[in-house]
Design a protein. Sequence first.
Length: 350
Amino acid sequence: MWGASVTAVMVSTEFLEVGLNTVNKAAMNRGLSDFVLVLYSNILAIFILAPCIFIFYRKRTPPLLTWSSICKIFLLGVLSYAGQICAYTGLGYGSPTLASAMADLSPAFTFLFSIISRMEKLDLGIKSSQAKSLGTLVSISGALVVTLYKGLPLTSTPSNNRLLGELLLIPQSNWVIGGIFLASHSVIFAIILNVQTWIIRRYPAEMIVTLICSIFVCILSSLVSLIVEKDPNAWRLGLNMELIAIVYTAAFAVAFRSVVHKWALRRKGPIYVAMFKPLGMVIALAMGVTLLGDTLYLGSLLGAAIIAIGFYAVIWGQSQEEKMVEDAEIYNSERSSAKDPLLPDRGLVA
């Protein structure tokens, strides 16, 4: 039951994330600064998370917060700030399509760091590990097919291929700079997933960790932004696209998505969460065809099918590992029960 719930929530998160880059790019084109976006969105996220935590823990006691946990969350805050700056700077130089394409590198980096940090066990002699390894590679391959291969049009709707068209409209120098920043974000995001797993499995309070992390990000962002962003007009907001981008980023990216990721990481691990990044490309394509009238191309359809196969392989491998753990726990429980000596029958002596 939990497996289906986590998958459903993660898919819903990817649907919401499809529009995030588009909204932020539109706001940046109107003059929204990357540093202002990071600072304001994290400040607003604090005011969103604080009452939620108060309501959630009103009748229950939160886990004990130690200095060790605070230091780990500070590390997470540093990584989160660096990741957000890289993501928004890359988006400013590039496009939402380029951001989605570079995000598809996250599963590969996450898989590598998970093995190095021993968050995930790699035993190629076990079918579940084989499925997760191959599924990760297959999904990344599918994402590359969607990005690089166009193929024949499958629908007759007269429309430009936005997936490749956006990349061609970006100047070469900006495309390279944007790609470097977005690739750096993919590496940082992979590290963040492993660090979050490390923290949340020892301190299982997703909203509290997210709140403290946002506070650290605000402190870091304030120090850097006051030095870098010297234009006073950049800090002024009105009822415009910039405000929509900040509210959307705060409510969804900083608050909701961060909590959901930590919740999924505690239950499923970092590779599982990273595997939804290629799925976001499929969602973006489907919404473009159905809602915007984009032409469906053979490359997009093949890539989506490959991503789906790889995604299913990882989900199957994850479920098999969980089943193995459950079977081992049942076996150990039955074995310990069998070893317990039977109580002697103390009858009355005639």
